[in-house]
Design a binder for this molecule. Structure first.
Ligand code: F6R
Length: 238
């Protein structure tokens, strides 16, 4: 595991974007795993400043809420459209997001898992970490070998994400998330972490025991992990 500690959240974006740009230059058909939430936004902004040919790149979002109407501005499909495909001039047809409005979300999750496999797997998976240690929306207790599936969001996660909605009650109760086993099959994991509020959970994930109680601890078992953290988030690392 390599860990880069940089002064600011913007700098995490520059470092991570540099890593992604190098991957895309060496593999123009790279498959990216795309996180949403606040942590990766500086990456997408910084990557837009690199002159890399994105025409062969494809992507898979990590997760999506279940039950938001199509086009809801906080659905991850819309966030990915605004922050990733438009900003990076990526062909939207090459970027998949789990179908959170499917009549059968369980089936949609299984189809998504199959689509990742059919694409040959993910080259670089961008990740953030939740305050409770979740990776994607694999909440504490998720099996370390879990696959893409429907998950129930914890109250803590719903409260953290309420900042994006007009009222906390609007945050969906369920999601479709790539599983921890799915994420672990990506060839390179790129975790980006910002802020003092993430310091304790980042230290637990990287220095504590590997356990389903802290899903992000599974990163310790992956052969190629890059962590990019700002100084505040890295302040409790051993
Ligand atoms: C987002 C995702 C989540 C977030 C995590 C941290 O696609 O899967 O695991 O990465 O909740 O969110 P932020 O970055 O907003 O603190």
């Amino acid at each position: 595991m390599e860990i880069f500690v940089v002064p600011t959240a913007a700098a995490t974006g520059s470092v991570a974007a540099g890593i992604l740009a190098a991957v895309i230059r060496s593999k123009p058909g790279a498959v990216l795993g795309l996180a949403t939430g606040g942590s990766p936004l500086p990456i997408y902004k910084a990557l837009a400043g690199h002159s890399v040919d994105m025409s062969g790149v494809s992507g898979f979002a990590l997760d999506e809420y279940v039950g938001l109407p199509i086009g809801h501005p906080e659905s991850y499909a819309e966030v990915i459209r605004r922050e990733v495909t438009e900003r990076l001039h990526l062909d939207p047809a090459r970027v998949a997001v789990p179908d959170g409005s499917a009549a059968d979300p369980g089936r949609a999750a299984a189809d998504y898992e199959a689509a990742i496999a059919a694409a040959g797997g993910i080259d670089v998976q961008i990740l953030g970490i939740g305050h409770n240690g979740h990776l994607a929306f694999n909440e504490p207790g998720s099996a370390l070998d879990s696959r893409t599936r429907v998950e129930v969001l914890t109250e803590r996660t719903r409260a953290a994400n309420a900042r994006y909605f007009s009222t906390p009650a609007e945050v969906p109760l369920r999601c479709i998330t790539q599983g921890l086993g799915t994420i672990m099959e990506a060839r390179h994991l790129l975790l980006v972490v910002n802020g003092a509020d993430k310091a304790a959970i980042l230290a637990a994930a990287l220095n504590g025991p590997v356990s389903a109680g802290c899903p992000a601890s599974v990163l310790q078992r992956h052969p190629h992990v890059t962590v990019v953290a700002d100084e505040a988030a890295a302040s409790q690392l051993a």
